[in-house]
Design a protein around this ligand. Structure first.
Ligand code: SF4
Length: 164
């Protein structure tokens, strides 16, 4: 009676343990080892397109934290020139409201998740640091035209040197 009550559970538990005993580990020793997220991952970074930005400051007004600071000067004709476009990512919640509110698709959420820093000043990003580049690429979040070009989601994470 006692074995029936507890023995079956223990046997099931041990079977599960044995099943996973020889499996390849699913964790890595970060930061020495790193995983590469799926291309469809919506990361914790902002990507800025300087040529699209009109300095309208809609994103800055949409931010509930007041994290975006924009300084402009008079440009050619009716246009404004962006002198400063700074985001305090240390206070950022990455809610994406700035991205969703931009009427010119000049902001996007990126694909990176690494934001740790030893210095507080390094998490306040300038327009040069926010600008789209080879390393700083947009995700498909709130950008269906980018999402349409991304591979279909099958695995969440890829390991360096091959698909896990
Ligand atoms: S990023 Fe978009 S919302 Fe923000 S100032 Fe530029 S154009 Fe306006």
């Amino acid at each position: 009676m006692r074995f029936k009550r507890y023995g079956a559970g223990i046997a099931k538990g041990m079977a599960l343990t044995l099943k996973h005993l020889w499996r390849r580990p699913i964790t890595v020793e970060y930061p020495e080892e790193r995983l590469i997220p799926s291309k469809r991952f919506r990361g914790y970074e902002l990507v800025w397109y300087p040529e699209r930005c009109t300095a309208c400051a809609t994103c800055a007004k949409a931010c509930p934290q007041g994290n975006i600071e924009i300084v402009t000067s008079r440009g050619e004709g009716d246009m404004y020139k962006v002198e400063k476009f700074e985001v305090d990512t240390g206070r950022c919640m990455f809610d994406g409201l700035c991205v969703e509110s931009c009427p010119f698709n000049a902001l996007a959420m990126g694909q990176s998740y690494e934001r740790s820093s030893y210095c507080r000043g390094q998490v306040v990003l300038s327009k040069e640091e926010l600008t789209i580049s080879e390393e700083r690429q947009p995700s498909g979040y709130a950008r269906p035209e980018i999402e349409a070009l991304q591979p279909e989601q099958t695995l969440l994470i890829y390991r360096t040197g091959g698909v896990r």
